[in-house]
Design a protein around this ligand. Structure first.
Ligand code: AMP
Ligand code: ZN
Length: 113
């Protein structure tokens, strides 16, 4: 999608601090980290949000969740981490290309909202 920041990170026209990349997904550090470790895991395919997950595109979401433990391990998150997905305006989703935040590296707040 031409007007999408994360599609531009995927195609390399916007730089990112990459942690992991393969043919299906990319993982890079969040520009405004909210924890000592804060990365985003993004499918290369443009899917707007969790609300658009369906039987045709669910495989990539499952794939992301198989990669999260590997990525967390390389980031040293041996004591746990939080996975967050914001969907839509009430959740303050600012980039409309589905992504999963992985945060850790400290004891995170118990309150989630
Ligand atoms: P969300 O509010 O869930 O849509 O999260 C979007 C996240 O993308 C925010 O945490 C931003 O800090 C992050 N972000 C926006 N632009 C970039 C960028 N160019 N590189 C890395 N992270 C970004
Ligand atoms: Zn996109």
């Amino acid at each position: 999608m031409t007007d999408c920041i994360f599609c531009k990170i995927v195609d390399g026209s916007i730089p990112s601090k990459k942690v992991y990349e393969d043919d299906k997904i990319i993982c890079f550090y969040d520009l405004n980290p909210q924890a000592p470790v804060h990365v985003l895991i993004v499918p290369k395919e443009h899917i707007c949000c969790a609300d658009a997950i369906n039987e045709d595109n669910a495989d990539i979401i499952a794939y992301i969740f198989t990669k999260i433990p590997e990525i967390a391990k390389t980031l040293g998150l041996s004591n746990g981490y939080r996975i967050i997905n914001n969907c839509g305006d009430d959740a303050c989703q600012t980039v409309k290309h589905i992504h999963f935040h992985v945060l850790g590296g400290k004891q995170l707040a118990g309150q989630m909202a």
